[in-house]
Design a protein around this ligand. Sequence first.
Ligand SMILES: [Zn+2]
Length: 318
Amino acid sequence: MEAVKEAVDGVKNLAVSEGQKKGKKDKNKGKEGDTPLELNPLPEYINHRLEIFNKKKAEYDKWVAEQPRENINVTLDNGRMEIGQSWSTSPADVARSISKSLFERTVIARVDGELWDLERPLEKSCRLELLDFEHPEGKKVFWHSSAHILGEAAERRFGCHLCIGPPTEDGFYYEMGMPDDVAVQHADWKPLETIAAKAIKEKQPFERLTLTKDELLEMFKSNKYKQHIIKDKIADGTSTTVYRCGPLIDLCRGPHVPHTGRIKAFQVVKVRCLLILTHQWLTVRRTRRRIFWAMPTTILCSGFTGSLSPTRSCWMSI
Ligand SMILES: [Zn+2]
């Protein structure tokens, strides 16, 4: 229930943010009218990713359209059985066929024990569970989807390079490397929320696509963090998934909520910067994680003057 209360408070905060914006002459200004809300044009790496995604997604959609449509049995938790069609009927279709409210409160599906995007077509007869926000897995998916919105907002505002954006027990964060090693300022919080609110209003679908390791290396060629993850975690000759929402395409196993409009409130409440004292990224990540949990929320290390030429990364969380 605490999470619900926070979400409600977040809505109020979002409303304040919108109200403040109306008083400004130029709605594309982030603060005091002197800083653009977001980069225009967007960084070239965004176009590069989108080009690859659009091409491969068109090929995948064509392939799905060619798959045989056969009747399948979809068995729900309560024993109810629905008839669907392979490669066509999605968990969302099943939920909607039962009731609109069931669909709207369902965050994610589980198909034969595997978490599954609501709009992803079922491939064969299966057992289907529909999980809402009160379910631990539903909560995780909700927070994780929110992290993608934060990642999108950060890329649009800073042109930064994203690292990882996992859910936490009561929210999420996104870790990123900032251009020219600049710190995220408190003055950036509202603009980030404004960009996030735009993404939410657009109801950007979360689109899933499987790509080969080589395709991923090409897609993320400008992002050293993703390069490291791909080379380290994905075996040669294998594939994994990316998810798109708006201009953001992220290396991600998913699953996600159907679209960004499912996130009803979004607020940046903390930004933490810390110094990374090693170039071994996996070691770095463990170090980051420990420091993240150990640090008081108000600590910022932008004043670091040590001699180790560290890299600075930033955390944001709600
Ligand atoms: Zn993700």
